[in-house]
Design a protein around this ligand. Structure first.
Ligand code: PLP
Length: 395
């Protein structure tokens, strides 16, 4: 461990604040660190490892494809990419029927903005306060936290109009002749699992229709069954014009995707956008296996069922412990807001010592985005540990 930390300190960019852990293997809900200690994983690589770690179907698909062909180029037709798109078309909202593959969430967002501006022939985008869309120039420009944007001044396009999340009147006031699109996370992730009121997404859809503006749903974190539907916008029966995906799409293998209405995607012509690795055979074989396995195991339905149980159990803790402010979320995208950052940070450390990985976001919000294969017994173990931890921190 000491050697890894030394090498990391010497050679790795200092962009991450790391916990003192290095994992060497994983299976299902568990990961094992370099010292052989096992952890129950309620982070899942931040909403990525939805099938759990090293699911046999995913391992098999990646290994088989790696032996056959890993990469060619988008200069040629790619069988796995075409087949993945056909599979995806069956699980995304009906409005979305064409896809562009890339390698990460932020890239999907960059593509979404380019497409919106080209299609609408307008230059501005409305984004939400509290949003997180990624770290490259345009997606960080649409990200609310000023500390992520401000050091990079001239690099960040000044085309974003921020409005409060969950405020339709503010969107209506801000829409102008130059508004090409509105971008929204159906449930805000990084800013603490904020679920909008039930008229919000339908209201956004209506406003966009009235003003000829595109609606972009960023489902990088909420997508792929996480909230109990394949995509969170389905909870409100909203069909976006553009949909961004990444994280759980490859189950741990890097892949991102921009989906759009066919007539919108057709605004891109050859040369407008590209990615060397985007949608290569290996990544697409992984994503195909993820979708098929999720269908076989009915994981979105599972997320609703076990997520409901998990939320009830978190609420039991909220009723018992004064340090818990609120429990919120949908499916297996759950949050427990605590009274202070110190308590939240201590809870993460104490959970780790007891063999649980949990994540803290937005200073004092414990975020639970475990693999969708999580079982009641795992939830019970975590609740028991959190119960004891809250007794300790409240002393
Ligand atoms: C909603 C949302 N959009 C975009 C991103 C960026 O994805 P990536 O880190 O793969 O670039 C994230 C990452 O957390 C996210 O949560």
């Amino acid at each position: 461990m000491q050697r890894i930390q030394e090498l990391d300190g010497r050679y790795i960019a200092s962009t991450y604040r790391r916990q003192p852990l290095a994992f060497v293997k994983g299976r299902g809900m568990f990961v094992e660190d370099i010292q052989g200690k096992r952890y129950l994983d309620f982070v899942g690589g931040i909403a990525v490892c939805s099938l759990g770690h090293c699911h046999p179907a995913l391992v098999k698909a990646i290994s088989a494809q790696a032996k056959k062909l890993m990469h060619t180029s988008n200069l040629y037709y790619i069988q796995q990419q075409a087949e993945l798109a056909a599979l995806l078309a069956r699980v995304v909202p009906k409005s979305i029927n064409k896809f562009f593959f890339c390698n990460s969430g932020t890239e999907a967002i960059e593509g979404a903005f380019k497409l919106a501006i080209k299609h609408a022939k307008r230059q501005r985008i409305i984004a939400m306060q509290g949003s997180f869309h990624g770290r490259t120039a345009a997606s960080v420009g649409a990200t609310w936290k000023s500390s992520y944007r401000e050091p990079f001044g001239a690099l960040i396009p000044k085309i974003f109009d921020f409005v409060p999340f969950n405020d339709l009147a503010a969107v209506e006031r801000t829409m102008g002749e130059q508004t090409a699109a509105v971008i929204v996370e159906a449930i805000q992730g990084e800013s603490g699992i904020n679920v909008p009121s039930k008229d919000y997404l339908p209201g956004l859809r209506k406003l966009c229709d009235e003003h000829g503006v595109l609606l972009i749903c960023d489902e990088v974190q909420t997508g792929m069954g996480r909230t109990g539907k394949w995509f969170a916008c389905e909870h409100w029966s909203v069909e976006p014009d553009e949909l961004t995906m990444a994280k759980a799409l490859g189950g741990g293998f890097p892949i991102g995707c921009l989906g759009a209405r066919a007539e919108v995607m057709e605004s891109f012509s050859p040369g407008n956008h590209a990615s060397t690795f985007g949608g290569n055979p290996l990544a697409c074989a992984a994503a195909k296996a993820v979708i098929k396995t999720m269908q076989n195991l009915k994981l979105p339905q599972r997320a609703t069922k076990i997520g409901g149980y998990f939320k009830n159990r978190l609420n039991e803790l909220a009723n018992k412990h004064g340090c818990v402010r609120e429990v919120r979320g949908l499916g297996l995208m759950l949050a427990m807001e605590l009274s202070t950052k110190q308590i939240a940070d201590a809870a993460v450390v104490k959970a780790r010592e007891r063999g649980f990985l949990i994540n803290c976001t937005a200073d004092k919000v414990l975020r639970f985005v475990p693999p969708l294969i999580v079982e009641r017994k795992h939830v019970d173990r975590l609740i028991e540990a959190l119960d004891a931890i809250f007794v300790e921190v409240e002393k």
